[in-house]
Design a protein. Structure first.
Length: 440
């Protein structure tokens, strides 16, 4: 995903996988029964009013009034007899129910319990909330606090905490808040591996979700811990910017940008005058200054593209980056190459660089794709959503009908559906009477 460095809406969304937390009926879909696309081979019509995303070989759906669980043959494995926790009006109102390690939470009489994929109740509905991270780590909440259940649905420890947070990259340690409103880190044996002294502790994940660090705050002081709970020997962190592989970037209290290598413990200082530096791609890194201007430096830290763009800039992909300026008349975006030449002038409302050196542009209320010569190579649409860096494109026409283009911009699914969603290699294609699943 291309990062905009100001907190502005980026109108062209890349979806690699959006996991909606959903309340509703869950259909267990066998992957072998989902037919592959490219020849309109889809699953049988599933007649439910609302649906979530295909997650862990399951699909979450709802009739809008009741919920339950059925398998791929349509057999009810948990009766459709309980009301939803909340009234819903569209798919976005659904949240909270999906399977992890063949377990899911269910709702009954104002409380939550746990069932397995065969519909067997494993834990009666008695909790205020349940978060299932794995069969061995289930965080439950009651009126007196939160604690963790193991695979036998027994608590790992007797104490409770106001809040417990888990990260799927390490399910042996947990951020916890005690009744004195202090944060620490505990293990499954309830041993405090990081003392309860901080005002806040949060996870800071890398963009590819392969690594994380802990960011712990005590007053104006920020401490950094690695995933292995090693404290980084830095005492003047103001803001952490990003984490990539084993390197993170931060701004110190003297307004100087650093990068820190966790493995070598190397703290590299960049020149004063920048308040942000992004990681290197194509041997260039996007930087910004305290005047809100964006440009690029090379690996020798030389400014090779002047900081002159006042709205946003992205990292380079195959020699191209998108840049934008803001003025009283609006936002103007274009594309530059590694020399700083504007190969596409700043004239679009938004622009996204694709990995094949083409570009998705927003031009007024129209979206389309252009090549490096700014030649339009697709039809115009009212929206384009990029799937997996350009492997597919979900497109919407002026009549709000939705279809799919492939990586060559050919029609993969006709523009005729009410809605299309994508997750974990499966499209959900909605029509008036229900929806189909299409595996790709």
């Amino acid at each position: 995903m291309k990062k905009r460095k100001k907190n502005k809406s980026f109108l062209i969304i890349t979806i690699v996988g959006v996991i909606l937390l959903i309340v509703g009926t869950v259909v267990l879909i066998n992957k072998d029964k989902i037919l592959k696309g490219n020849s309109n081979e889809k699953s049988e019509l599933l007649q439910f009013k609302y649906s979530g995303n295909y997650i862990n070989d399951h699909l979450v759906v709802s009739d809008g009034k009741k919920y339950g669980y059925v398998n791929s043959s349509g057999k009810v494995i948990f009766p459709l007899e309980n009301n939803l926790a909340n009234a819903i009006e569209d798919d976005n109102d659904l949240f909270g129910y999906y399977f992890v390690d063949s377990l899911a939470k269910y709702y009954k009489d104002g409380a939550y319990g746990i069932i397995d994929s065969n519909g067997n109740i494993k834990v009666d509905a008695r909790f205020g909330d349940i978060e299932i991270y794995s069969k061995d780590v289930i965080i439950v909440s009651e009126t007196f606090g939160s604690y963790i259940l193991d695979s036998n649905f027994s608590s790992y420890f007797n104490d409770t905490y106001m809040h417990i947070l888990a990260n799927k990259l390490d399910l042996e340690h947990f951020i916890a808040e005690n009744d004195s409103f202090k944060y620490g880190i505990i293990d499954k044996q309830n041993k405090a591996v990081i003392d309860f002294k901080y005002d806040n502790i949060s996870y800071f994940n890398s963009e590819d979700e392969s690594n994380f660090i802990y960011v712990a705050q005590l007053g104006d002081k920020i401490d950094i811990y690695t995933k292995d709970l090693k404290k980084i020997d830095i005492n003047n962190v103001s803001t952490v910017h990003w984490l990539k592989d084993n390197t993170f970037s931060y701004l110190d209290t003297n307004d100087i940008v650093h990068t820190y290598d966790i493995v070598s413990n190397k703290d590299e200082v960049y020149a004063e005058g920048y308040n942000f530096i992004y990681f290197y791609t194509d041997d260039l890194a996007m930087v910004s200054n305290f005047s809100g201007k964006y440009g690029y430096i090379n690996t020798s830290k030389e400014e090779v593209i002047t900081l002159k763009y006042n709205y946003s800039a992205t990292e380079f992909i195959n020699g191209y980056a998108s840049v934008c300026n803001a003025s009283d008349s609006g936002i103007d975006c274009g594309v530059i190459d590694k020399t700083g030449k504007e190969v596409i002038g700043l004239k679009y409302d938004d622009i996204r660089v694709l990995s094949n050196n083409n570009f998705v542009v927003k031009d007024g209320d129209k979206f389309y794709i252009v090549d490096a010569s700014d030649k339009k190579i697709t039809s115009e649409y009212s929206n384009i959503t990029v799937i997996e860096s350009g492997k597919y494109f979900i497109v919407t026409d002026s009549n709000n009908k939705v279809g799919i283009l492939d990586s060559n911009y050919e029609t993969f699914e006709e523009v005729k559906y009410k809605d299309i969603k994508y997750n974990e290699g499966v499209f959900t294609l909605r029509i008036d009477d229900g929806f189909y699943l299409l595996k790709v």
